[in-house]
Design a protein around this ligand. Structure first.
Ligand SMILES: [Zn+2]
Length: 113
């Protein structure tokens, strides 16, 4: 019965932040009925976080957490439109000023990455 639990992961962390923000937001809302909205969402987020922590389907939870964090990971590429044929050219970031050659039409243009 006591198999491995998923525990606290990146999604739980994000949910905790959301919960705190919503509760802070709720505390400044004067209208009693309107205040129920962030409180209800915060409650839902908290229940979801706890269900993740206690989940024993670790593989599935880890997959979800991976998908979640890859969404926030920085894109290592910059994309430029070729001035001639409008093809999107993908180049690595942080290379300074570089000459980009369009893979489609061969047009060359200089951009800062
Ligand atoms: Zn082109």
């Amino acid at each position: 019965m006591d198999s491995q639990r998923n525990g606290f992961d990146s999604i739980c962390f994000a949910l905790s932040i959301v919960t705190i923000v919503l509760l802070v937001l709720a505390s400044v809302i004067e209208d009693e009925l309107l205040r129920m909205i962030p409180v209800a969402i915060a409650g839902g987020a908290l229940i979801y976080a706890i269900s993740r922590i206690l989940s024993t389907n670790v593989a599935k939870r880890r997959y979800e957490a991976d998908r979640f964090s890859s969404f926030f990971r920085k894109d290592p590429y910059r994309r430029f439109k070729c001035p001639k044929c409008r093809t999107i050219c993908r180049v690595p970031k942080g290379k300074g000023k570089i000459r980009i050659k369009c893979p489609n039409c061969g047009e060359q243009f200089v951009k800062r990455t």
